[in-house]
Design a protein around this ligand. Structure first.
Ligand code: ACO
Length: 399
């Protein structure tokens, strides 16, 4: 980055009405010290190579790093709907068991030539339309997915499909059901760090392609979808990402994974070097210890939200909406009870879509915003959790 100049802005408005508890440093957990908050930084810079472009081609002013806010959302789901009754025709299960234990009644599944990337592109287009931002003005595309259409990542294909001129950076974030939450926080860090103004965060997954459809313990849970938000740099007075908390625990990987699996080659290869060339590989289906994942979620999610609230200088009573990764209605209910948040303040669309992994939070957000449930200026406690194990939460404001 060249020619950076730093400007300190004095206030963060949502904290004017709140007491800030401690004077600690920033960041892994999204901790904002009072000093750091009051010195929200804006950074003006010249993008590398921008001086070689004509004024028409110039990238938007690449600076900012003050506040960031959610200005648009969108979502897309496949057309094929699979009900619990449909599932009961292929595995030994029934609508009552699934709906009582999970809250799920239907899910959408990619079929035929449908691609995850197309859903993600559609969701992103809708988010841009709502935000009234042209694709050329997008600075960064973060595709949060564990089921990319391409081993090397699908974000650049979405950038191309959106028609973003100027080749903005686009890359994938792989963190399963925590993916969108981690993408949201990453976007805020890119913006606050300076140099990025409009960041598209897309959560999209097609776990139906990595589920064992003979395993009734997992196949009943998952569906496919995409959701997106546009995060935009703004003045500190409008800041809409107040605090966050993020973690991972690789020890817990044994409870939820879809590891690489080598293919047996008939007859084997008798090459001159033992073990070479390697066998080709693909990923195995989702392996899950449901009970352990359930316990993990009910334990860590309330703790993480409490921490994010503390980091934001807010309390439970400031939460208008609880928007969790949509994994199981009993997890949503358990977390809400622990946080003493009334049921009517909990966003849930599990019944219609099941667990759509990285898509679940932006899909539910989009429905709630477009349905008039979540209104401008309202505060949302959101949390993702899942494979990795990874988990995290953020306290955000809608638009
Ligand atoms: N239909 C009918 N019976 C079933 C089914 C089914 N689909 N699945 C399991 N059962 C049976 C079991 O065999 C067992 O029978 P048994 O008592 O005779 O042995 C009984 O029902 C109870 O099974 P449990 O596995 O103990 O059921 P549980 O109440 O734990 O519910 C579930 C299972 C729904 C998977 C739950 O554990 C869960 O939701 N866990 C969390 C999963 C999750 O949230 N994952 C999110 C992360 S995903 C990601 O990051 C990619």
């Amino acid at each position: 980055m060249a020619n950076a100049s730093w400007v300190f802005t004095p206030t963060l408005p949502h904290l004017n009405r709140k007491r800030i508890s401690s004077s600690v440093a920033i960041f892994r957990s999204g901790l904002y010290s009072p000093d750091a908050i009051s010195k929200r930084i804006s950074c003006a810079s010249t993008a590398r190579g921008a001086d070689k472009l004509s004024s028409n081609e110039s990238r938007p002013a690449r600076l900012v790093g003050k506040g960031c806010k959610l200005v648009g959302c969108g979502s897309a789901v496949p057309t094929l709907q699979i009900s619990n009754d449909d599932l009961s025709k292929i595995v030994d299960t029934n609508d009552e068991w699934i709906s009582v234990r999970t809250g799920i009644r239907n899910r959408r599944v990619l079929s035929g030539k449908d691609r995850m990337t197309d859903l993600a592109t559609e969701a992103a287009k809708k988010a841009l339309e709502m935000a009234n931002v042209h694709p050329d003005d997008v600075d960064l595309v973060l595709l949060c997915t564990s089921t990319a259409d391409d081993l090397f990542g699908s974000a650049p294909q979405i950038q191309a499909a959106l028609g973003c001129k100027g080749n903005p950076l686009a890359f994938d974030i792989t963190a399963a059901c925590s993916g969108f939450l981690l993408g949201l926080i990453s976007a805020s860090c890119y913006i606050r760090g300076g140099g990025f103004k409009n960041v598209l965060v897309i959560g999209a997954d097609a776990l139906s392609r990595f589920v064992d459809w003979t395993d009734r313990g997992t196949c009943i849970l998952f569906g496919d979808a995409a959701g997106a938000v546009l995060i935009q740099a703004c003045e500190s007075e409008e800041d809409g990402i107040f605090g966050f908390d993020v973690h991972s625990d690789g020890e817990g990987n044994r409870h939820l994974n879809a590891g690489v699996k080598e293919h047996e080659i008939e007859g084997g290869i008798n090459g001159p070097i033992e073990g070479f060339p390697p066998k080709s590989s693909s990923y195995s289906c989702v392996q899950m210890n449901g009970k352990e994942v359930f316990r993990f979620a009910c334990r860590v999610v309330p703790q993480s939200i409490e921490m994010a609230l503390q980091n934001a200088g807010l309390t439970r009573s400031d939460i208008d909406w609880l928007l969790l990764h949509q994994a199981n209605q009993r997890i949503l209910d358990g977390v809400a009870t622990r946080l003493e948040i009334p049921t009517e303040r909990v966003i849930s669309n599990l019944a219609n879509y099941g667990n759509t992994s990285a898509a679940s939070i932006p899909l539910a957000l989009d429905e709630a915003v477009r349905g008039g449930k979540i209104k401008s200026g309202e505060t949302i406690a959101t949390a993702g959790f899942g494979a990795g194990l990874t988990w995290g939460s953020a306290i955000i404001r809608w638009n």
